[in-house]
Design a protein around this ligand. Structure first.
Ligand code: ADP
Ligand code: MG
Length: 227
């Protein structure tokens, strides 16, 4: 219980930070990255100094990962609940993730109804989809595969099914998904899932995970439709 309290406090702090930090953090990251790359090419630094520079570049990359898992779509006014058609967000995010999918021979199949009106936070839901798609594609990195997205309304609920044919997870690994900073990737942040759970929780949604090691994973997100 204490663990979950700490976790929800962490979530509150996170969403407060999101609003103020998002845009401010990007430029200095890019500038620092550029200068470190230059320094790395210098012939006047020692091997040891080169190691420091390389370590800094890795850490910078980690910071950039956090920005893209958390802050990609955040605006200074982060709370932005609207009643709108989820279809627009699904199409938008599918378009921006497609080049990333192509890089890894992942084919995207997308099916959705025309009218999917609910209350949601535009930026948060886009971030949420991005993180889910990114994880799915990363799970198929070595093999390529199919990312199927299926969104439909059923009995006053909107169901979002995101299925990949990637590496899959054991049931123990599925349990770890809620843990902040849990990551099995060398350059992972372990914050993508945290963001997904917190934003779906905010709109009273549920997340269900079915996965089989070596076969793939399906995330099913259920969001209630209010009248
Ligand atoms: P990150 O992607 O930075 O590692 P996330 O919070 O997005 O952090 O995901 C946490 C972990 O959950 C991943 O490292 C991975 O092990 C696992 N995971 C999430 N989605 C999938 C998926 N679709 N298939 C397999 N593993 C997944
Ligand atoms: Mg991720």
């Amino acid at each position: 219980a204490r663990d979950s309290l700490m976790q929800s406090e962490k979530l509150n702090v996170m969403s407060d930070l999101t609003a103020s930090v998002a845009h401010e953090i990007r430029n200095p990251l890019t500038v620092t990255n550029g200068f470190l790359q230059l320094l790395n090419k210098s012939k006047n630094i020692t091997e040891e100094e080169k190691k420091y520079v390389e370590f800094s570049l890795i850490e910078l990359k980690r910071a950039e990962g956090i920005v893209s898992d958390f802050l990609a779509f955040s605006k200074p006014q982060s709370e932005n609940m609207i009643y709108s058609n989820l279809k627009d967000e699904i199409e938008y995010v599918k378009n921006i993730i497609t080049p990333f999918a192509n890089m890894y021979q992942v084919h995207i199949q997308c099916k959705f109804q025309n009218s999917l009106n609910i209350y949601y936070d535009k930026n948060q839901i886009k971030q949420c989809f991005i993180n889910l798609y990114k994880n799915a594609i990363e799970a198929m990195k070595e093999t390529g595969g199919i990312l199927s997205i299926n969104v439909f309304e059923k009995k006053n609920e909107i169901l979002i099914k995101i299925k990949d044919t990637g590496v899959g997870m054991t049931s123990e690994e599925v349990l770890q998904l809620r843990r902040p900073y849990y990551s099995t990737k060398t350059e992972g942040t372990g914050l993508g899932m945290l963001m997904i759970y917190s934003s779906i929780n905010k709109i009273n949604g549920k997340i269900q995970v079915e996965s089989e090691k070596g076969k793939g994973t399906t995330f099913t997100i259920t969001i209630p439709v209010q009248d």
